[in-house]
Design a protein around this ligand. Structure first.
Ligand SMILES: CCCCCCCCCCCCCC(=O)SCCNC(=O)CCNC(=O)[C@H](O)C(C)(C)COP(=O)(O)OP(=O)(O)OC[C@H]1O[C@@H](n2cnc3c(N)ncnc32)[C@H](O)[C@@H]1OP(=O)(O)O
Ligand SMILES: CCCCCCCC/C=C\CCCCCCCC(=O)OC[C@@H](O)COP(=O)(O)O
Length: 290
């Protein structure tokens, strides 16, 4: 019997597809590195997709910090896709009405999950300028009023921060800064850059430190490991007032905030590096309502 091209091709494509699926599932089950790459690729891809949904909704208002609520709502379910349980402690420490500067540790792009869990109203992150070019995600961030800084131009970054100090007060917004200035995968905290603290002192508004516990139990970029389930505690610390402080006080302020954040990071991280096991022990410090 003669097999025509038309008959052969659908069969060949199906076989090829099955082979590809077999290959991918073998990789998924046999290689934890492959699993890590698939999970991270899906994470980024899913965010790009969610951003496509967000753009037309946000565009109705134009560039507006209120659009941050839309991004937050769209991102809240992502933790379930990855089996990550996010536990929030100390949310009552957020000042109810006034502007403030949030500072938080920065381990990975997964920080978005913890951030969205506690993001206050009218609060926008300060982000590296490169994010603006991340396709649909960049446009969604721009529409949500995210503030972009060029880390290669210190002068420009500082003048953007000074403008933000004015905006905080005149437009009643809060900003979220990662004072480490970059992602840090080493299970601790990098030295803090001082922009966030200058900003808070210039505007004379409080600093609200937020600590996200270490991801090492379920995620490590270095080891190409991303397992489920995972647990992360997001701890909101009491606000640190800056009234009456001057630029000369900034180094000491930054050091003392970092010190208190690092202490809490070690206390709430369950990976054995930080030393804390409060999430594991019933009645441990992490169980208490702070
Ligand atoms: C659905 C779709 C969803 C999409 C996703 C949505 C969510 C997206 C979330 C995105 C999250 C994205 C997250 C991200 O993208 S994280 C990456 C970007 N963020 C940051 O870098 C923030 C932290 N960086 C800083 O604060 C830096 O200090 C800046 C950037 C300002 C300058 O850094 P640089 O490295 O260039 O310089 P330097 O720090 O050595 O400073 C030099 C000197 O200047 C002094 N100085 C500093 N500032 C001020 C000031 N304001 N007034 C007066 N002086 C100031 C400073 O004390 C120092 O002097 P001295 O102390 O040595 O004497
Ligand atoms: C048409 C162009 C398509 C471009 C596609 C780019 C792919 C990007 C995909 C998805 C964007 C996901 C947005 C996640 C936001 C995470 C924010 C983040 O963690 O930024 C890193 C920044 O804090 C520090 O950067 P570095 O550690 O200094 O590096």
């Amino acid at each position: 019997m003669e097999v025509t091209r038309m008959e052969l091709w659908p069969g060949a494509w199906t076989a090829l597809l099955l082979l590809l699926l077999l290959l991918l599932s073998t990789l998924w089950f046999c290689s934890s590195s492959a699993k890590y790459f698939f999970k991270m690729a899906f994470y980024n891809g899913w965010i790009l997709f969610l951003a496509i949904l967000a753009i037309p909704v946000c565009a109705v208002r134009g560039r507006n910090v209120e659009n941050m609520k839309i991004l937050r709502l769209l991102l809240l379910h992502v933790k379930y896709l990855y089996g990550i349980r996010v536990e929030v402690r100390g949310a009552h420490h957020f000042p109810p009405t006034q502007p403030y500067v949030v500072v938080s540790n920065h381990q990975s792009s997964l920080d978005l999950l913890g951030m969205m869990e506690v993001l206050p109203d009218r609060c926008v992150p300060i982000a590296k300028r490169e994010l603006l070019w991340a396709g649909s995600a960049g446009l969604a961030c721009w529409l949500a009023g995210i503030i972009f800084i060029d880390r290669k131009r210190t002068g420009d970054a500082i003048s953007v921060m000074s403008e933000v100090a004015q905006t905080l007060l005149t437009q009643d917004v809060r900003v979220w800064v990662f004072p480490e200035g970059t992602r840090n995968h080493n299970g601790s905290m990098l030295p803090f850059k001082r922009g966030a603290f200058h900003l808070a002192v210039q505007a004379q508004v409080p600093i609200v430190p937020i600590v996200m516990s270490s991801y090492q139990d379920f995620y490590s970029k270095k080891e190409r490991r991303f397992t489920s389930p995972g647990r992360c505690q997001v701890r909101v610390l009491p606000p640190v007032p800056t009234e009456g402080l001057t630029p000369d006080d900034v180094p000491a302020l930054a050091d003392s905030v970092r010190h208190s954040m690092l202490t809490i990071f070690r206390e709430i991280s369950t990976d054995g590096l930080g030393g804390g096991d409060c999430l594991k022990k019933p009645g441990g410090a992490g169980e208490a309502r702070l």
